[in-house]
Write a protein that binds this ligand. Structure first.
Ligand code: NDP
Length: 308
């Protein structure tokens, strides 16, 4: 059996399945990780779980594959892996529906004040308020998607069913039925809703700048289900406080699970704890995909979902 280092959290069903094919070295449970590595490093051929940097790769002389649990792999130094001939895999596609579903859920919650109305009813304030406050709606509104990839397309499909008008920004004009913008600020000016669903990392760092947020404007809504790093968070909070941005629905944050108190206390936000793919079915399928990649790689020399 090949030996896999578990470097960070993985769901139990993924570990159980992995354990049927491989010997697992639980560094995630080790009190002294350095000592654990000193004892076992040379036996390890694969790694899964957690953040993997160049320093860890250098400590594992026989490492051949890093199997990431998740489609986003900004937790892994992919360039360092490439330079060391280490294959990196991720879990694309199986989580598209779950993330898109949460995205639409957050949008509807924000547009229709669902959390605030729920609070109002639960706290017994309905009799004094009498009628529900009027809100916006998705139908007829313009949606701009930053990152019309696998998940972005699943969001677009669901937003179309809500009668939204779809446009997108990315590096490539995909020549499809949606309106393409090669300028993010111009798209932000055009739309009512900006959904962010592009990868994190250097290429997208603070791409949603103060200028983009200002272009979205006082009637605009920002929805981030990708990575906190993509948004200039202080600029977004300032705009929300000053009424220069209408609202935000956020599943991801710059320094999650922490966030500034101001953000937690704003009335025009809906907050979610990085739950995009967090359904039982999806997480189980992602776990199986991690193991399928490891098995395929060690059986055939080819992983199913290499990222480069
Ligand atoms: P894809 O690779 O299929 O799509 C990414 C899209 O982003 C592409 O359309 C690409 O278009 C665009 N993009 C990439 N780089 C840039 C850039 N520098 N500037 C502008 N656009 C860019 O990825 P997925 O749809 O599978 O996943 C997207 C991300 O969603 C993941 O990387 C992850 O971070 C996040 N995610 C969040 C989850 C959550 O729980 N909240 C769960 C799952 C994923 P083009 O190449 O034309 O630029």
């Amino acid at each position: 059996m090949k030996n896999i280092l578990i470097a960070g959290h993985l769901p139990q069903d993924c570990l159980n399945l992995m354990g049927q094919h491989f010997s697992l070295y639980r560094m995630d449970h080790a009190d002294n990780k350095e000592q654990f590595l000193a004892e076992h490093a040379h036996e390890i051929e694969g790694v899964s779980g957690g953040a993997i940097d160049a320093a860890l790769m250098d400590k594992l002389p026989n490492l051949k594959i890093i199997a990431n649990f998740g489609v986003g792999y900004d937790n892994i130094d992919v360039e360092a892996a490439k330079a060391r001939n280490i294959v990196v895999t991720n879990t694309p596609n199986r989580l598209n529906a779950a993330v898109a579903e949460l995205t639409l859920g957050l949008m509807i919650a924000l547009a229709r004040r669902i959390p605030k109305n729920h609070e109002m009813v639960r706290n017994g304030h309905w009799p004094s308020v009498k009628r529900a406050p009027l809100t916006g709606q998705l139908a007829g509104a313009k949606l701009g998607i930053l990152g019309l990839g696998r998940i972005g397309k699943a969001v677009a499909k669901r937003a179309e069913a809500c009668d939204m008008e779809i446009s997108y920004f990315g590096r490539t004009d995909q020549q499809n039925d949606y309106l393409y913008f090669d300028d993010l600020t111009a798209m932000a000016r055009h739309v009512d809703w900006l959904v962010i669903i592009a990868p994190g990392g250097e290429g997208t760092d603070k791409l949603v700048s103060a200028e983009v947020i200002e272009a979205l404007g006082p009637d605009g809504h920002l929805v981030n289900v990708a990575r906190g790093s993509i948004v200039d968070e202080p600029a977004m909070i300032a705009a929300l406080e000053q009424g220069k941005l209408g609202g935000a629905a956020l599943d991801v944050f710059e320094n999650e699970p922490h966030m500034p108190d101001t953000l937690r206390n704003l009335p025009n936000v809906v907050l979610s704890p990085h739950a995009g793919s967090a359904t039982r079915v999806t997480r189980q399928q992602m776990g199986a995909q991690v193991v399928d990649n490891l098995v395929a790689f060690f059986d055939t020399g080819k992983a199913l979902d290499p990222v480069t």
